[in-house]
Structure formats: C-alpha cells, structure tokens
Design a protein around this ligand. Sequence first.
Ligand code: SF4
Ligand code: SF4
Length: 106
Amino acid sequence: MPKKSEVKIIFESIKDMPPLAVSLYTMDYNKTGSWRNVRPIIDYDKCTYCTICWKFCPEPSIDLEKIEVDGKEKFKPIINYKYCKGCGICWTECPVDAIYTEEESE
Ligand code: SF4
Ligand code: SF4
C-alpha cells in the first residue's frame, strides 16, 4: 500500500471534483477592492522599481507603467484600488519598505 503522500488524485473531468468555491466570473469582473480595510500606498521616493510587489500580488491590482530612470527602462508599479483587497502581501514582500498603509475611511 503506497504512503499517503504518494497517492495522486487524478480528476478526469470537473464532475469528478469535490464541491468547492469557484468564481463564475473572471478576476477582471470581480472588483475585490471592496474587501479592503487597509490601503497600501507606494512611496516612490523609496521604490527601486524591482517589480516584486507586482509579481506577488494575487489580484490584478498592480499595473506597471514603463518609465525611464537615469537612461534605463524601468517599470513603475501603480496600485489599482478597484482590485486591491488589502491582503498585505506587497508591503510584506517589498525589500525596501516602500509600501506603507493607511486605514480605509469608507
Ligand atoms: S516591491 Fe517595493 S521597491 Fe519593488 S517595485 Fe514594489 S514598491 Fe517598488
Ligand atoms: S495589498 Fe494585496 S491585493 Fe493589494 S496591491 Fe498589495 S498584494 Fe495586491
């Protein structure tokens, strides 16, 4: 008998899957910004344009704008508050603490 960790479950169709919560809409439609109680704000004086926040953000909440810094092409992160749910990943992952937070007023 294989160990539990060696058992591979193969789902051949959606009917084989156990019940689970599934969004019927695309992330674009699902405006998760209404979930937020803390608002992340990028301090561009500290931002190094590493784009780590963009890579880790679980929603389509960080757009990148192409800019030029000291003659080099960089990508400036811009938070889209329609989708940002205030999960905290970006400000936790930012290597230079360039993202601070404010409590949502609404
Ligand atoms: S992780 Fe921080 S430093 Fe890097 S792009 Fe985002 S805000 Fe800027
Ligand atoms: S708080 Fe979460 S959802 Fe909002 S921009 Fe940061 S990582 Fe994305």
